[in-house]
Design a protein around this ligand. Structure first.
Ligand code: ZN
Length: 674
């Protein structure tokens, strides 16, 4: 059986096309059983040491991750009822195993003895592996009395399935909505590629006219381009009530109880470990020192950005000549942006054909880090649009590779992300190269042309590429700390947000653009206006992020068992503090806030802003010496990019920058310099 299971094949790249739902549970059960037996044997040996216990244990954990990664990936990009059921069946098995390992007292005590005995003689990354593991043991409840341990284990399992349920509800609610229009007038303002797709979609269902779906690119296009206020309101209402008690599918995929339960169980788990709140637990693994520092950091930024946001909103209302509703903001902002900068996201699409953008992006990485990219074809993939690239160092050494799955389609989770398939590993005589999945949701190619990106899409691609480089260029040999592993959440966005900076630079834009039909360069004037438009509405954008960040952080920091989640009060106070436009009462953004309720950003959404400060400040170092300066790039690679979780992030930043991070560069970028 195992021999026929593609998930268990000992290969670098899985046979994606061959993976079926029926393979999932047997592969996971087999691997878990092997790992359990192996661990018992390792612990039975007399006097285990770093080489005989820690290294093989690293390899085992990596192996499990490598078996499950394709499953989690397919569940996100090629979802089906059967795969979803198989994936869900594995979650409790995995959670149980991880808790069992984390609460394995003999294993923890062996690590402690190894740390005491060998610590002083080990390399700094190896010592860090021990420290990191010992912290994980503590956070898994290794020291709890047995009844609390059992409870903690149950909590972890319940939280994992609730988070999965939360995500399913959002996907189902998103797919349940479609908007059928027969009068072309109602689509006025929408770009041709959207109306063309809407016509095709209607045709597929045997309908006349147009069918608009609620995928993210369509939603964003409707909000910024549709002239019909009614259409915008309809989409706004559908989007912001997904998976809630409100809106077009009210109550059908309702996450109200799910998110309340998630908060309750997270709080209970944090208390069991001796933390006052889940926010404190979250910070135990982050770069930010404590709850008060995070709140102060966010409030301080709010103080800088609020006056600008108020000014920007007042200007928009004046222009619209009526009080603005939430569904007017993006539309009028886009009109003002077009007028002021004579540049529209949509009009520039023909200058950003995907092949050109990708080639340009790779040339930037080549200039900075001396990388080469070689596409491999004839690979077994999960969809015909997927591509694979080997990444090579200047001297030809193969560093790793990544899959690129870039277009939106049905049964694919929205958004953009980098996920790991495998981490770099050189332990216990086994070596593995890092492999990543780079996933986006760009509007697919239409009418025989390549996909045309907005500049916002280009920035997204650079961002995810930054994560990909972080994962692939690592020099850490231990998978638990290689690439993005073991990097605190509030530092992990530094490489990605730093990479975004190049997508805005006047010397880089010509490398990533060229008219799809003629190859003509992006006209100088457009380029200059695009760059100038960057700080446009920086205030409004920042206060929105700060609202999410404060809401996320406070619901976890202020949770009290006796009063429950108290979301309304906290949301009202947060909005009082940072929102400049009051959303309608039916808005239920929390119900589809997947970063926080289904992703890793719980009590950590502030990380985006935290890392933005780091990234802007790091890019300032490049600006000071030239954006392609090899010495600066080398320093960034040596001190931060290649080191993953193997060092203290603040020390790494100081080693790169020569001092601690400062907010000035971010404020200057956003046009708020004093
Ligand atoms: Zn990111």
């Amino acid at each position: 059986m195992a021999a026929d299971n593609p998930l268990l094949a000992a290969v670098d790249l899985p046979d994606y096309a061959a993976i079926e739902a029926a393979h999932v549970e047997p592969a996971i059960r087999t691997t878990l059983a092997q790992n359990r037996a192996r661990l018992a044997a390792l612990l039975a040996a007399p006097e285990p040491n770093f080489a005989t216990l820690v290294e093989p244990f690293e390899a085992m954990q990596q192996h499990l991750g490598r078996v499950f990664a394709p499953v989690a990936h397919l569940n996100a990009v090629r979802n089906s009822d059967r795969l979803r059921a198989a994936y869900n069946a594995c979650l409790p098995l995995l959670a149980e195993y991880q808790t069992e390992v984390g609460q394995n007292r003999p294993l923890c005590e062996a690590y402690e003895r190894i740390s005491a005995r060998e610590g002083p003689t080990l390399s700094p990354p190896a010592r860090r592996v021990l420290d990191y593991a010992l912290r994980e043991f503590r956070l898994a409840g290794v020291r709890l009395p047995p009844e609390d341990q059992a409870r903690f284990k149950a909590l972890m399992q319940q939280i994992a399935s609730l988070q999965s349920q939360f995500e399913e509800h959002v996907l189902d609610a998103t797919q349940a909505f479609s908007c059928h229009l027969t009068d072309e007038q109602e689509l006025a303002g929408l770009p041709e590629h959207v109306t063309a797709r809407a016509r095709e979609a209607a045709g597929e269902r045997g309908l006349a006219g147009y069918l608009l779906r609620l995928d993210q690119p369509t939603y964003m296009t409707v909000m910024s381009q549709a002239q019909s206020r009614a259409l915008r309101e309809q989409f706004y209402a559908a989007w912001t009530t997904r998976a809630s008690d409100q809106g077009p599918s009210a109550g059908r995929y309702d996450n109200s109880a799910v998110l309340a339960e998630i908060l309750k169980l997270r709080h209970e788990a944090a208390r069991l470990l001796g933390f006052a709140s889940y926010a404190e637990l979250s910070l135990a693994t982050k770069m930010a020192p404590d709850v008060a520092s995070v709140l102060a950091f966010l409030s301080r930024l709010a103080g800088h950005y609020l006056p600008a946001a108020r000014r920007e909103l007042a200007e928009l209302s004046e222009r619209a000549q009526h009080p603005l509703a939430a569904w007017d903001l993006a539309y009028y902002a886009e009109r003002l942006r077009e007028e002021r900068f004579a540049v529209s996201e949509e009009a520039l699409r023909p200058y950003f054909p995907l092949p050109r953008v990708l080639a340009g992006l790779m040339s930037v990485a080549a200039r900075l880090y001396g990388l080469k990219f070689q596409e491999r074809t004839q690979l077994s993939v999960w969809h015909e649009d997927v591509r694979y690239f080997d990444v090579l160092a200047e001297d030809g050494e193969l560093k790793g590779g990544f899959y690129a799955d870039l277009y939106a389609r049905e049964n694919k989770r929205g958004g953009a992300w980098m996920g790991e398939l495998a981490s770099r590993m050189r332990v216990a005589g086994i070596t593995a190269r890092p492999i990543a999945h780079l996933v986006c949701n760009f509007a697919p190619p239409a009418r025989g042309r390549p996909a045309l990106l907005t500049h916002g899409d280009v920035v997204t691609l650079f961002h995810e590429f930054g994560h990909t480089l972080h994962h692939l260029l690592t020099r850490v040999d231990y998978p638990s700390l290689a690439g993005v592993n073991g990097v605190p959440w509030d530092a992990v966005e530094l490489p990605s947000q730093l990479m975004e900076q190049w997508a805005w630079h006047p010397d880089v834009l010509p490398l990533v653009s060229g008219h799809v039909d003629t190859g003509a360069p992006l006209p100088e004037a457009d380029l200059a206006r695009l760059v100038a438009s960057r700080s446009f509405h920086a205030g409004l954008a920042a206060v929105r992020q700060l609202e999410f960040a404060l809401f996320d952080f406070r619901i976890h920091a202020e949770y009290r068992a006796e009063r429950g989640p108290d979301l309304e009060r906290i949301l009202a106070e947060v909005r009082e503090q940072v929102a400049v436009l009051k959303p309608p009462p039916y808005n239920r953004f929390a119900h589809s806030f997947q970063h926080v309720f289904a992703g890793g950003y719980a009590a950590g959404y502030y990380s985006y802003k935290w890392a933005e400060v780091l990234a802007a400040d790091a890019f300032a170092a490049f600006q000071e010496s030239g954006v392609f300066d090899a010495a600066t790039a080398r320093r960034f690679l040596d001190e931060i990019l290649s080191r993953g979780g193997s060092c203290d992030q603040m020390q790494a930043f100081v080693a790169f920058r020569g001092r601690g991070p400062q907010v000035d560069a971010l404020l200057a970028r956003d046009g708020l310099a004093a």
